[in-house]
Design a protein around this ligand. Structure first.
Ligand code: GLA
Length: 392
């Protein structure tokens, strides 16, 4: 390992590998970070913009090739070993956490990549069902391990797309591209402004005076699969109506608020509200990236607050706890702005705060939330890190 942080990341998973599969000295370690989305929620599957940041929470995988075609994986979180066979991956479709590993192998093989069997130990510090993309981190860390063991070249954008394919077609969650892209392509010290139509992105450095705080409400996301797919369906219904009179409209990305309002009487009330969120939210990542580049943290914070209100009132994906923690956060003098992050329905919110006052913010808002909420919240400052890699 080239540095002590990498050694710290590798040690627990190598130890777990050694105790399950025998000496870990010839095992290698791949990792992928979780992500927090600074802004742009429910815009990725509408061809819009997003501004996620990979965070210093990781899925680490120790791996070693096998002589046969089996994937034998230990998940330390469950203290459980599961297996899949590279020639019969369909059998692992409903295999819980293993379906993400097998799904990634399935997606890579579906594009003609030749893989090898592996022993794998998986360890994670990305909380599950919190909206921090633990699934995308597991997919991309698995991809890194599979690609490295088979000596395949690494193309981060292509692998992000294969991660999305695995999730959409193998696991059955119709997510957009944001999570896999962030987890695969992020650069250190910056968020990533991604155009989900062109799949082009650029790093947006976090100004030195600002800190990003994740605020985990302690209430796991619920009903997310079905409600998420319903929201997608409403967006698609709105596009069908709008395209009827303007054939150039391919996605809500192509619509502005005036155009949507002119079509309001042709849309049902729910589809109108869902679309209204998306057409406003689509451009917030671009505006927030400008504000961060200008060092205008007050403006960046106001854009985040607007996003939360829109997700709460128009898209209806917030929760009582997410509303509570963002309200408490905004009342704190160190806070520029706060919003729920990710799919919603529970999980985490994110706040942009003054860097020098971040520890006080974490302590004060954490205490106030835990006094008022019927759940145990956890707040922490996150550092922006680079995407999936294999440790040297
Ligand atoms: C989940 C999905 C993403 C995105 C967000 C909402 O995290 O995986 O593709 O749609 O929800 O922005």
């Amino acid at each position: 390992m080239t540095n002590s942080t990498d050694t710290d990341l590798a040690t627990p998973v190598l130890d777990a590998f050694g105790s399950t599969f025998g000496s870990g000295t010839d095992a290698r370690v791949a990792l992928a970070p979780g992500r927090v989305n600074l802004i742009g929620d429910h815009t990725d599957y509408n061809d819009g913009f997003v501004l996620p940041m990979a965070i210093d929470r990781f899925v680490t995988i120790a791996f070693r090739p096998r002589r046969d075609r089996r994937l034998r994986a230990l998940a330390t979180a469950f203290d459980e070993v599961r297996e899949a066979n590279l020639d019969r991956l369909d059998g692992a479709r409903a295999a819980g956490w293993m379906s993400y590993v097998a799904g990634m192998a399935w997606a890579m093989q579906s594009k003609g990549m030749t893989l090898r069997g592996l022993d794998l130990a998986i360890h994670s510090t990305v909380p599950v069902a919190a909206g921090l993309s633990s699934s995308a981190a597991l997919e991309l860390a698995s991809a890194r391990a599979l690609a490295s063991a088979a000596s395949l070249p690494w193309d981060p954008v292509r692998m992000a797309r294969l991660g999305q394919l695995a999730e959409n077609e193998f696991v059955g969650m119709k997510c957009g591209i944001m999570d896999q892209y962030a987890v695969s392509c992020a650069e250190a010290d910056a968020a990533l402004l991604l155009d989900c139509r062109s799949l082009e992105s650029r790093p947006v450095p976090i100004p030195a005076g600002a800190a990003v705080v994740v605020m985990d409400t302690g209430k796991a996301r619920s009903l997310v699969g079905s409600a998420y797919n319903e929201r997608r369906a409403s967006c698609e219904a709105a596009v069908r109506v709008l395209a009827g009179s303007a054939p150039a409209v391919r996605a809500l990305r192509d619509v502005d608020r005036a155009q949507l309002d002119r079509a309001a009487d042709r849309l049902d009330e729910t589809a109108y509200r869902r679309a209204a969120h998306v057409v406003d939210e689509n451009w917030r990542p671009v505006h927030m990236a400008e504000a961060l580049a200008d060092g205008d943290l007050d403006r960046a914070g106001r854009i985040m607050n607007d996003s939360h209100e829109s997700l709460r009132d128009l898209y209806e994906v917030s929760s009582r706890e997410l509303d509570l923690v963002t309200t408490l956060a905004r009342a704190h003098p160190a806070c520029f702005g706060a919003r729920m992050t990710g799919a919603g329905f529970g999980g985490c919110a994110v706040a942009l705060v003054r860097a020098d006052a971040a520890p006080a913010f974490v302590e004060d808002v954490g205490r106030q939330y835990n006094e008022a909420a019927d759940a145990r919240g956890t707040l922490y400052v996150c550092r922006p890190v680079a995407g999936a890699r294999v440790l040297e």
